[in-house]
Design a protein around this ligand. Structure first.
Ligand SMILES: [Zn+2]
Length: 60
């Protein structure tokens, strides 16, 4: 399963812990956490993010 998708777009992800759906931006300078439970959903890797949650949709 593809677990990371480096992109500069907005990505809709689902938290694997609490199932919260959240929009994250593909470029981030800091760790992105779930707004509900605090689980790390994505972390920065050289300007882009590595998504550590289920990617539902990539938005333009
Ligand atoms: Zn969560």
């Amino acid at each position: 399963m593809q677990s990371s998708e480096p992109t500069s777009k907005f990505i809709k992800v689902r938290c694997p812990k609490c199932k919260n759906e959240q929009i994250v931006f593909g470029k981030a300078a800091s760790v992105i956490k779930c707004l509900v439970c605090g689980r790390v959903l994505a972390e920065p890797t050289g300007g882009k993010i590595k998504v550590k949650a289920r990617i539902l949709e990539v938005l333009d």
